[in-house]
Design a protein around this ligand. Structure first.
Ligand code: ATP
Ligand code: MG
Length: 501
């Protein structure tokens, strides 16, 4: 009997000490690795989104919490990692350096400099994922964020804190709109962040060069996760860029952030999810693809005055296939944003650049932020263009047109011409108001289309040298007064007289 008691005691003792031994651990072991994802055994305490440290100074991020393993993505090369390697929990989430020293720099998705200009001294580190400001911490959009592009500022105005999608097929001038908007922020105290996702490094080099040429790089940060990098880096990039922007937003500054583009971001996330063996859904995207973009874009807003009044304006870009805006990712992002600027290949190829389709483009909140002068001249623009397009289709069927129809067609063609604008030449709000006022005064309806850009240019320089008060009045009052209108009319007549001679 005593023997049995002894044995039971022994077993009990063994069991109690065995429990001590299997305490969960901070160190795990790599089970499998490849394609930028990795399965690790033994990290029972891992948190979702936690940073993992591998050997060889490679980091990873936890994305799958399975019963007996964790699935993670690698933020670096997977060729340095082998089965059996040890992995440490860091207790931290993935963070990026933030601060004023980031300005004018090109960084990767983890905030490390890639422009060869040396280390960046960070003021702080912000986690890449953050909660969106609550409703009480926000206020409605009230100030315009000027793009300097006539077609946008007049018909699809954007306000500070708004999220406006730029959507269109490939090569329709999506990036051009974003870059012009950054250039237009020169001297306007808006910090810009251009987040490139899955683009060629050579394209980014050109963009950086263009921004430098136009003096816009000092107020801009470029976050670049290029096509040559792994899917996890592409996935992290927009969140990191947003964290970098939030640093300034929380200090009361206005920040503009461009995600170019979220289609490639979604594709990277899909690749990652499939490798992590998450089940695919529509178009093989994982079930949480909507949340991927909603939690990103919800972070843009205008903060309340108590929170400093800073703002984060987002211009996400989405590429469509053959103009199909009802595909999965486009519809998702359209429903998350406050409107979209829709660019079409037809317009682009017909020389209508920027190729904005005014009928399918909308800004749901921006008009609250439009200045009165612009509102007064541009209010009927969209409807007139809609009429014009309708008539244009109709007129193709017959040649017998009545005078009213001819007038609508003629005026519409003039408006389309006025809305054309070259790349890298954003206009001031005053110039835009003048151009659109001139177009709407119908004084250009008898000018040959080929001359219109010329006339507008001449009117602006005429006013600059002869009646600069037009500009001062517009700038100070933000109204288009009758006496200002008279001066502009006079300028147009003078220039037109010069044409006829
Ligand atoms: P991708 O799908 O390749 O990213 P995208 O839609 O971003 O293309 P951009 O790269 O911005 O398009 O523009 C395509 C081409 O059209 C470029 O060569 C650019 O210089 C030209 N372009 C864009 N906007 C204008 C414009 N307003 N006037 C003249 N050329 C323009
Ligand atoms: Mg582009």
């Amino acid at each position: 009997m005593a023997d049995i008691d002894q044995i039971t005691n022994l077993i009990k003792k063994e069991i109690s000490s065995y429990n001590d031994k299997i305490e969960t651990s901070d160190v795990g072991t790599v089970i499998s690795v490849g394609d930028g994802v990795c399965t690790v055994y033994g990290l029972d305490k891992a948190m979702y989104g936690e940073l993992l440290q591998f050997e060889n100074n490679v980091y990873g991020m936890v994305l799958n919490l399975n019963e007996d393993s964790v699935g993670c993505v690698l933020l670096g090369k997977d060729t340095d990692i082998y089965e059996g390697d040890s992995v440490k929990l860091t207790g931290k989430v993935v963070s990026v350096p933030v601060g004023d020293k980031m300005m004018g720099r090109v960084v990767n998705a983890l905030g490390a400099p890639i422009d060869g200009l040396g280390e960046i001294e960070a003021d702080d580190y912000y986690p890449i994922e953050a909660n969106a400001p609550s409703i009480m911490d926000r206020q409605s959009v009230s100030e315009p964020l000027e793009t300097g592009i006539k077609a946008i500022d007049s018909m699809i105005p954007i306000g500070k804190g708004q999220r406006e999608l730029i959507i269109g097929d490939r090569q329709t001038g999506k990036t051009a709109i974003a870059i012009d908007t950054i250039i237009n922020q020169n001297g306007k105290d808006v910090i810009c962040i251009y987040c490139a996702i899955g683009q060629k490094n050579s394209t980014i080099a050109q963009i950086v060069a263009k921004l430098k040429d136009h003096g816009a790089m000092d107020h801009t940060v470029i976050v670049n996760a290029s096509a040559s990098e792994t899917a996890p880096m592409l996935y992290v990039a927009p969140y990191a860029a947003t964290a970098i922007g939030e640093y300034w937003e929380r200090r009361g500054k206005n920040v503009l952030i461009i995600y170019d583009d979220l289609s490639k971001h979604a594709v990277a996330y899909r690749a990652m999810s499939l490798l992590l063996k998450r089940s695919p859904g529509r178009e093989a995207y994982p079930g949480d693809i909507f949340y991927l973009h909603s939690r990103l874009l919800e972070r843009s807003c205008k903060l309340s005055d108590e929170k400093g009044g800073g703002s984060l304006t987002a211009l996400p870009i989405v590429e469509t296939q053959a103009g199909d805006i009802s595909a999965y990712i486009p519809t998702n992002v359209i429903s998350i944003t406050d409107g979209q600027i829709f660019l079409t290949t037809d317009y682009f190829n017909a020389g209508q650049r920027p190729a904005v389709d005014s009928g399918l483009s909308v800004s749901r909140v921006g008009s609250a932020a439009q200045i009165k002068a612009m509102k007064s001249v541009a209010s009927s623009l969209k409807i007139e263009l809609a009429n014009y397009n309708e008539m244009l289709d109709f007129s193709r069927f017959g040649s017998d047109l009545d005078a009213t129809t001819k007038n609508i067609l003629n005026h519409g063609a003039v408006l389309m011409e006025v809305l054309k604008q070259k790349q890298y030449s954003p206009l001031s709000m005053e110039d835009e108001v003048i151009d659109i006022y001139v177009a709407q005064s119908k004084k250009l309806d008898d000018v040959p289309l080929a001359q219109i850009q010329n006339v507008l240019q001449s009117v602006r320089s005429y006013l600059h040298s002869n009646h600069n008060e037009v500009y001062t009045s517009l700038k100070e009052t933000k109204l288009l007064k009758d006496e200002t209108k008279a001066l502009i009319d006079e300028a147009v007549e003078a220039i037109k007289a010069g044409l006829e001679r």
